[in-house]
Design a protein around this ligand. Structure first.
Ligand SMILES: [Fe+2]
Length: 218
């Protein structure tokens, strides 16, 4: 979302007081995280410390002309953070077994998170992929070969429809394999154990997952 679109939406909603308070709270939080005083932030933006104080109290929002500078100084995309509600997530232990995958529909970038997170790419807010059970069109065969798993996927690998990645996730580790169109959909995977979950992502049909133990029993 562009700055102009963001401000236009504020005007349409007519909720500027609430939004100013939310933006002010966010500026204050990020300023403190950076260890800046109000005066230091004001100096870096060529405004007065009274102006910064006014923003943080929700009695006005920064002028449109300094949003980019403000984002750079505070090291955060203020527009996206303010628009997403800047909610504070609870503390995460970063448990790998809770790993979630996100794919940007615009650039195809693969992102991961071990907890609730506001993830954006190419100006879009991304939702975590919700895995389905493997089906016949995405069947996986696993064999043990030379102390490793040899994985074969029955699936086409054309440029418009292919298996983009495979992953294995257990309590404390994650293994990731990127695949590309026109290569054979087969690869070796280290034998970490059998307790974890195996993932496969198809560019057209999404994410599939199954306990590795179950796949091996098939
Ligand atoms: Fe597919």
């Amino acid at each position: 979302m562009s700055t102009i679109q963001f401000f236009s939406r504020l005007q349409i909603r007519g909720n500027t007081e609430m939004d100013n308070a939310r933006i002010g709270q966010l500026i204050q939080q990020l300023r403190k995280e950076k260890g800046f005083t109000q005066q230091q932030l004001a100096d870096s933006l060529n405004v007065s410390n009274k102006t910064v104080s006014k923003w943080e109290c929700g009695n006005g929002a920064p002028d449109i002309s300094i949003w980019n500078s403000l984002s750079n100084v505070l090291g955060a995309d203020i527009i996206h953070l303010a628009d997403s509600g800047s909610c504070q997530n609870s503390k995460s232990t970063g448990k790998i077994s809770r790993l979630m995958f996100f794919i940007c529909p615009e650039c195809g970038q693969i992102l991961t998170s071990t907890g609730k997170a506001g993830i954006t790419c190419c100006g879009r807010r991304l939702s975590a992929l919700v895995p389905s059970s493997f089906d016949d069109c995405h069947a996986v065969k696993m064999e043990i070969m030379d102390g490793e798993f040899f994985v074969t996927v029955s699936h086409e690998m054309s440029k418009s429809h292919y298996i983009s990645f495979a992953a294995y996730v257990d309590d404390d580790s994650c293994w990731f394999k990127k695949l590309y169109p026109e290569q054979n959909p087969e690869f070796r995977m280290p034998m970490f154990g059998k307790r974890g979950t195996f993932f496969l992502y198809c560019t057209e049909h999404g994410l599939f997952s199954e306990k590795l133990r179950t796949l091996l029993a098939q």
